[in-house]
Design a protein around this ligand. Structure first.
Ligand code: GTP
Ligand code: MG
Length: 173
């Protein structure tokens, strides 16, 4: 964790989108600070965190942007998408509706973002397996059809969080 005392080779902006309460802010907290909060407050407006990683001998500064899933708290969309080279579309594996809404988030993304943006579908809260409402296979098939990378994560247990971010950053690079 933390920045290397070396020059930065690339800065990559990656955005998080998806319904409210799917865990976008906690995925970011886990990735950027290795923290997790049970009583995470709904995001208002836009926030970002950075973390520098060494990928393929290059110092890559990941600038991860997080916004509100709730419509009434969202900031201006075009500014949020501007310059983004990666996007994580997050749903909650225990909330079918959050998965059904992924289509809408993809529409918004494709309407505002660069056409070469790397997109990853993230099924978060994999620690809540007993409450699962979205089978992994359904998400996998959907991701294949839509040409998205796919991973299930748990921000709580820190499962696949690092791996998801490293995968998207590697694909961007
Ligand atoms: P908005 O900011 O409103 O768009 O929501 P968000 O997507 O940022 O959700 P947030 O990260 O605030 O998390 C919502 C709730 O889910 C909080 O109570 C978190 O503690 C919880 N949560 C987030 N990630 C996980 C996870 O991996 N597992 C479990 N069990 N709970 C999680
Ligand atoms: Mg949030």
């Amino acid at each position: 964790y933390g920045d290397f005392n070396q020059k930065i080779d690339y800065v990559f902006k990656v955005i998080l989108i998806g319904d409210s309460a799917v865990g976008k802010s906690q995925l970011l907290a886990r990735f950027s600070r290795n923290e997790f909060s049970v009583d995470s407050k709904a995001t208002i407006g836009v926030e970002f965190q950075t973390r520098t990683l060494l990928i393929d001998h290059k110092n890559i500064k990941a600038q991860i942007w997080d916004t509100a899933g709730q419509e009434r708290y969202r900031a201006v969309t075009s500014a949020y998408y501007r310059g983004a080279v990666g996007a994580m579309v997050v749903y909650d594996i225990t909330k079918r509706q959050s998965f059904d809404h992924v289509t809408r988030w993809l529409e918004e993304l494709r309407g505002h973002a660069d056409k070469n943006i790397v997109i990853m579908l993230i099924g978060n809260k994999s620690d809540l397996g007993s409450l699962r409402a979205v089978p992994t296979e359904d998400a996998k098939e959907f991701a294949q059809r839509e040409n998205l990378f796919f991973m299930e994560t748990s921000a709580l247990e820190a499962t696949n969080v690092e791996s998801a971010f490293v995968t998207i950053l590697t694909e961007i690079y």
